[in-house]
Write a protein that binds this ligand. Structure first.
Ligand SMILES: [Zn+2]
Ligand SMILES: [Zn+2]
Ligand SMILES: [Zn+2]
Ligand SMILES: [Zn+2]
Length: 390
């Protein structure tokens, strides 16, 4: 016998579920879900789940350290009330809860596997929910994508992409929201104006663009006129774009409860928060977020030390959606969860240039799963297939 252990980022929630070894494939092969509930509720592009070998707790009495969120008529989700790590999904309808597991699934991002075990991929589901194919565009040739009823080929996914792209209209603002709708964001275009440039706005190189293992002295300095976060328009004459990227670092993985997190890198001068009374206000500073009730009551924060000194993350206390990441070397700049902006499809290429060179901290996924490497390769193939224009 051994255990599957699921532990949140801050460690206040930890559950051990007995299993026999070798591990049955149903506990190793992750289901990747692209449904809108998963995207808006964890803030990333996908939920990743395995069935729970047994019920982690009595669903009639939720532990105090967890928040239960009813995400649909049939299901609820549980996240850590302190750090927002997504931990469990549970079907609540009687026909789906009669087994020993009581309808529980484990969000694999927080899962620790027995030594020597590695996660595979079972299926990628609800692909059509992602409108443009979502993450499935970046896992070519694997024949794992599905609508749940029918398998989808790569050609089916290319057709979804083309249909979504042909329906995109240029929007004046990019709108985003969490699952419960409490947190609403409105993003304006970058233009290269002084407020978006150093020294007013600043961020070190992101790991996606310059890998973390690059010696400090070999890292290029930030270009003050054309910093990495201001990207050219997709087509001549169109507006400038933000950079978006995927991350498989342990910290993002455990907070999202998913094996991969998507970020968009945005100078805060471009972001407005829509308060519950409808008023649009500028994105708050770190100090405002932690002190002023107008913001504190809306966006919960978590200082994710000691793993990430000085890092502040933000989430929705209502539904648990991961909202932002902010670090020590930053000035007026924040990473916003890309899943919040997926109501028209995943990619919003008129607004976001997806970095295809690397998945951030892919090294942290290598011993754990096949997904990081698969996505890194898939991003490159996607760019090649579309003629390098993405
Ligand atoms: Zn926690
Ligand atoms: Zn889902
Ligand atoms: Zn919410
Ligand atoms: Zn990360």
């Amino acid at each position: 016998m051994s255990n599957l252990t699921i532990t949140c980022h801050c460690g206040r929630n930890s559950f051990s579920l007995p299993v026999t070894l070798p591990l049955d494939s149903k506990y190793k092969n992750v289901h990747v879900c692209l449904c809108s509930d998963c995207r808006y509720q964890n803030g990333t592009f996908a939920g990743t789940f395995i069935p729970s070998p047994s019920a982690p707790f009595d669903p009639e009495s939720t532990p105090e350290t967890l928040t239960r969120y009813k995400s649909s008529a049939k299901a609820c989700r549980y996240f850590c009330s302190t750090c927002s790590s997504q931990l469990f999904f549970r079907y609540e309808t009687p026909e789906l809860t009669k087994d020993e597991d009581q309808g529980f699934f484990l969000a694999t991002g927080c899962l620790e596997l027995p030594p020597g075990e590695k996660l595979g991929i079972d299926t990628i589901g609800y692909v059509k929910d992602a409108l443009d194919g979502g993450l499935a565009s970046w896992t070519p040739g694997k024949n794992i994508t599905t609508t749940f009823d029918d398998p989808l080929t790569d050609e089916d996914i290319h057709a979804l992409e083309a249909t979504a792209m042909s329906q995109y209209t240029d929007t004046e603002k990019l709108e985003g929201a969490c699952h419960c709708g409490r947190i609403k964001l409105r993003v304006s275009r970058q233009t290269g104006k002084p407020e978006e440039l150093p020294p007013h706005t600043f961020s070190d190189n992101t790991d996606a663009v310059i890998p973390c293992w690059t010696p400090r002295e070999d890292q290029p300095p930030i270009d003050e006129k054309n910093p990495w976060w201001i990207r050219d328009a997709q087509d001549p004459g169109k507006g400038k774009r933000f950079l978006g990227g995927l991350c498989t670092c342990k910290s993002c993985r455990t907070i999202a409860g998913a094996e991969v997190q998507g970020w968009v890198f945005i100078p805060i001068v471009c972001i407005e928060v829509i308060l519950p009374n409808g008023e649009a206000v500028p994105w708050p500073t770190k100090e405002q977020l932690q002190r002023e009730s107008k913001y504190k009551d809306l966006i919960s924060t978590y200082k994710s030390t000691p793993g990430d000194p000085g890092v502040l993350r933000g989430f929705c206390g209502g539904c648990g959606a991961n909202v932002f990441w902010d670090g020590l070397t930053r000035r007026n700049f924040v990473d916003i969860s890309a899943g919040l902006f997926t109501h028209r499809g995943l990619r919003e290429e008129g607004w976001i240039e997806w970095w295809t060179g690397r998945v951030s901290y892919v090294e942290e996924s290598l011993e754990r799963n096949d997904l990081g490497v698969l996505l890194e390769q898939g991003l490159k193939e996607w760019k090649k297939r579309l003629g390098g224009t993405v």
